[in-house]
Design a protein around this ligand. Structure first.
Ligand code: FEO
Length: 397
């Protein structure tokens, strides 16, 4: 499938309907994904980004529908992760004399992945390559989301190709935001931001400011995953500003795991207390919920409550991955507390509080723990605990 963005500019990428786990198995992609590659036909011909390696032939066949592939002069590799650069080896076999355009860091990461003896051209912010009528302009975008990331802008057509930024893992038969259900697209866009870009939020704001100050016309924002922003393209830039600010919806997420339902009973009672104060909350048992979806809820919420029983003097393995993410993703403006049930030694509460501290989540109140199955009175104390937490959270705003 080939889709024209504007005269002489084509999407020649691939829709991956069936991918359910990305980054190895690290990121869930319930709605599949796309690898967007863009072909620009001017006096010179450029390809901006490729596709996942296993889809190289589809991309190559797409390109051949438009031009003689040997006519490609430039291949822009905005970023080295193999979902965008994986098509390079197969492509470069066909066009060994083409120039591979990379950022300074890309000069390390692209050869580091493929060890290809290719003609590289290193570019930085403000550098241009004339294609004839129009030119490519490059803007380096380190940590959006890798050190090598850069964006490519096509003058005349006013198309920004920002690679991963503004993307979403969203497979669709349509390519543009005005052709699909935007609610679904935004669900994937915020998940993408929450799980990938959150730690770099300060840099996101800085980069957006830098970009907006350039005051260049943008008709289309064409990321490397998902739909292309054609209708009101700057809406996703505004959303990124909002998401980078750490704004939250004032709700609470209760993240827990349980062995014999003691901690789960506590979680439910704490939720009841939170609800009594008019605060929305959601419960997630990490033995059954998708980690990336829960992290997206964490991103949106204000309060984070962690609960886990003690096993082998520590925490249950099922809750560990999200605790690592809470630390690594460095969410802004969150408050939290911990709770636990236990049978013998009961170390888990302290360990959960250490995790909250490590994630820079402000602990609003001392944790609560009960031995064996909670009694009716102890569950009443949990309701009170939830209610106190909600009150403190509201007054901390
Ligand atoms: Fe879509 Fe950073 O790769």
């Amino acid at each position: 499938m080939v889709v024209e963005l504007k005269e002489g500019v084509y999407w020649v990428g691939v829709v991956d309907w069936n991918i359910k786990k990305f980054h190895g198995h690290e990121y869930s992609t319930h709605r599949g994904s796309t690898y967007n590659s863009y072909l620009i036909v001017d006096e010179k011909i450029a390809l901006v980004d490729t596709v996942l390696g296993s889809y190289s032939n589809e991309m190559i066949e797409n390109i051949k529908k438009i031009i003689d592939i040997e006519k490609i002069d430039y291949v822009i590799a905005n970023h080295a992760e193999t979902d965008h650069s994986g098509g390079l080896p197969a492509l470069m076999k066909l066009i060994p004399d083409a120039t591979v355009v990379v950022s300074e860091k890309g000069k390390e990461s692209i050869p580091g992945h493929y060890h290809g003896d290719w003609n590289f051209k290193v570019v930085t912010t403000g550098d241009t390559i004339s294609l004839g009528k129009n030119s490519l302009v490059f803007v380096k975008a380190p940590m959006l989301h890798w050190p090598d990331s850069m964006m490519t802008y096509l003058t005349g057509k006013n198309i920004l190709m920002p690679n991963d930024a503004f993307g979403q893992h969203f497979a669709s038969s349509k390519r543009f935001n005005d052709e699909v259900d935007e609610t679904e697209v935004y669900e994937e866009a915020i998940k993408y931001y929450a799980n990938i870009l959150t730690p770099f939020s300060n840099l996101v704001t800085k980069k957006l400011d830098e970009f907006v100050k350039l005051d260049i016309p943008v008709d289309i924002i064409a990321p490397s995953h998902g739909i292309i922003w054609r209708k009101d393209p700057m809406q996703i830039v505004e959303k990124y500003y909002e998401w980078a600010s750490g704004k939250n919806d004032g709700s609470v997420v209760i993240i827990y795991d349980t062995m014999w339902k003691g901690t789960e009973q506590m979680a439910t009672a704490i939720g009841e207390g939170i609800g009594n104060e008019g605060v929305k909350y959601k419960l997630f048992n990490m033995a059954v919920h998708d980690r990336n979806d829960v992290l997206t809820e964490v991103f949106k919420a204000k309060g984070i409550l962690l609960g886990c029983p003690t096993m082998n003097n520590g925490l249950l393995p099922t809750i560990m991955p999200i605790l690592e993410d809470l630390k690594g993703l460095r969410f802004k403006n969150k408050v939290g507390a911990a709770f636990a049930s236990y049978g013998w030694s009961g170390e888990s509460l302290k360990q959960l509080e250490d995790r909250l501290e490590g994630a820079k989540i402000e602990i609003l109140q001392e944790g609560i723990k009960f031995k064996w199955q909670p009694t009716k009175e102890e569950l009443g104390a949990c309701v009170e605990f939830g209610s106190d937490f909600a009150k403190k959270m509201k007054s901390s705003e």
